[in-house]
Structure formats: C-alpha cells, structure tokens
Design a protein around this ligand. Structure first.
Ligand code: PBG
Length: 331
C-alpha cells in the first residue's frame, strides 16, 4: 500500500553518506586544540602512575623526548606538573619559589628543544606543601587567602622569568589573577599569558592526579573552602567574570565531562577563549573500562574530546592528547 503523505524533511537523508555527514558536521577536533598535561620528577620518583595507566612521571630527558613527539604530532602545548620529594616540602611550599627548582629547569629544557611548543605551568602551592593544600594555612588550619596570593605572585615571577609562555593559577584564591597580572606587567612581561582555572570545582575526580604528584597522602581534609561546590553554576559565571576583568586571557572549567553545562554557559556569556580539563579521574575511568574491554577506547576518547568542542571549549587539556593527535593523523 502506497502512503498518501511523505515526510518532506528526512534528517536521515544527510546521514546516509559519508560525504554529506562530513559536509554537515558542526564541530571538529584538531590536534592544535589539544594540550598534554605531563608529570615531571627526578630520580626514584620517576616511573608509571599506577592509577593512570599509560601516564608516567618523566625525568627531564624523557620530558624533552616526549615534547618533541607531541610537537611532531601537532599538539599545541604542554602543561607541566612537578613531583617534589617529601624533604623539599614544608608548610609554606617555599620550594615553589626556587628559581633552580624542577619546573624552572623543565621549562628551560623544553623551550630550548621545542621553542614552538607552548609551555603552560600551574601556579599553586599544593605540590610543594607538606599538608597538600594549595595555599598557606593560618593557626586555625584555614587556607589564608591574601598570604597565599603573595606567594603565588612570587611563584608567577619565578616561572615567567624561567620562560613559561602561560601561567595557569589553579589555586582558586580570590584576587590572584589581578595580582599575577600586575606583577607580570611590572616585570615587563606583557605577553606572558594567564590561563585561569576560573571555575574549578571541589571534585572527587582529581584523585589519580593527587596520587601522581604525591599530594594525596599529605592532604589533610578537603579543598571545599576554596574550590567550588559542584552544585553551583551562577557562581562559575561570577568567578569567570572576575578573572577576565583581572586580566586572564583564557578561562578554564574543571573537571570536564560532568561540567559541560558550565562550559556552555561560560562560552555563551563571555565569548572568550575557554579551556576544558578532562581530569585524571576521567582518564582513569575511560582507561580502566577500555582495558577491561568494556568500552572501545578510540571511540569513547574521540567522542569525549569532540563533545568538549561542541559544548563550547576552544581547547582541551587531556591526558589522551598525544594518543588523540596520533589518531587524528592516521584518520
Ligand atoms: C592543583 C591541581 C590539581 C589538578 C591540577 N592542578 C588537583 C587539585 O586541585 O587537587 C587536577 C588535575 C587532574 O585531576 O587531572 N592545584
């Protein structure tokens, strides 16, 4: 029997061939939009990260080799995180101000070997404090905002002078972006960029990262007095607005996949470059499921990265960046 009415619009028509799917695709992912986070260590602290299969704490020679490979794959930048021996940690995280410390030396090695690769470094004290918090504690054990910001400004100058292209304050203290911007201007570093962890949530998904940098065993309590409540979204806009006004060039939302709604709101509201961070716990989940044969790794990784782009992220920090860039090259 021939039906009398046909649908004029058949959305499946454009899906019926590879060429028309390609032509009508709204969002794309390119290697140049990816940033690879890397853990840096020395001596016995080097080696694989148990909760992040495929990721390792690299020594400086391995770091240089890895950066060469990332640059060859078209990845735009690396974000480096230090693993500091316990004997160099203290209450104030003073090793973070050492101009000959691990991260300043790592920056120089990478910029010498791969000048075109962007170098991003965290501004925060947690890898350096004996208590694992991102700041300096007062007598009551509260992370004291303004004293911490003083330390962060000094850390910012040390790392900018070492040659970092981008400073990424990840501490969530109030007013730190403005203070860092001011100190950079005073030091004549007008083009040092600030990628602010603007909307960073107090998340359980950072667990494997804290294992990797060794701040997990040290951490007393949690970070809820400075990182944001996962229940909040208007507050993210307030934080982002402040950081832009204070001089941030790029604003980040973190974690990634459970927070795509925040990325979309930030992009719609501010129209500035937005970064998403697919954090350590997200990596661990996808990797574990893939290793068990429960998920197809390539499919879910590429889907997750594309969905960050669809949600409004211009760039993505992901531990899968190198692998994804290699897959994009093969495709
Ligand atoms: C610390 C920092 C954290 C991450 C980046 N910088 C952890 C935290 O806030 O405890 C998390 C990254 C990840 O989980 O992949 N300032």
């Amino acid at each position: 029997m021939v039906p009398t009415a046909y649908p004029a619009t058949r959305p499946r028509r454009l899906r019926s061939a590879a060429f028309s799917r390609e032509l009508s695709r709204e969002t794309r992912l390119a290697a140049g939009q990816l940033i690879q986070p890397l853990f840096i260590a020395e001596g016995p602290l080097c080696g694989p990260v148990a909760s992040m299969p495929g990721q390792a704490r690299l020594d400086l020679d391995q770091l240089v080799a890895e950066c060469r490979a990332l640059a060859a794959l078209g990845v735009s930048a690396v974000a480096m995180f230090p693993v500091i021996p316990a004997e160099l940690k203290n209450d104030t995280g003073s090793e973070s101000l050492n101009p000959d410390g691990l991260i300043p030396r790592a920056i120089k090695r990478v910029k010498d070997a791969c000048p075109e690769l962007g170098v991003i470094v965290d501004i925060a004290l947690d890898p350096y404090t004996s208590h694992g918090h991102d700041g300096i504690l007062d007598e009551a054990g509260y992370v004291a905002n303004d004293i911490t910001v003083e330390a962060l400004r000094k850390q910012a100058v040390v790392l900018a002078r070492a040659g970092a292209d981008v400073l990424a304050p990840s501490d969530m203290m109030d007013g730190r972006v403005g203070q860092i911007r001011a100190v950079l201007e005073r030091d004549n570093r007008h083009n040092t960029m600030i990628l602010s962890y603007a909307a960073k949530y107090a998340s359980g998904f950072y667990g494997p990262f804290r294992d990797a940098v060794g701040s997990a065993t040290a951490l007393k309590g949690d970070k809820r007095t400075y990182q944001m409540d996962p229940a909040n979204t208007d507050e993210a806009l307030r934080e982002v607005g402040m950081d832009i006004a204070e001089g941030a060039d790029i604003v980040m939302v973190k974690p990634g996949m459970p927070y795509l709604d925040i990325i979309r709101r930030v992009k719609d509201e501010f129209r500035v470059p937005v970064a998403a961070y697919q954090v350590s716990g997200e990596y661990a989940m996808l990797k574990a499921a893939a290793q068990n044969g429960w998920l197809d790794e390539k499919k879910v990784v590429m889907e997750s990265l594309l969905c960050f782009r669809r949600a409004g992220a211009d760039m993505i920090l992901s531990y899968f960046s190198k692998q994804a860039a290699a897959w994009l090259k093969d495709a």
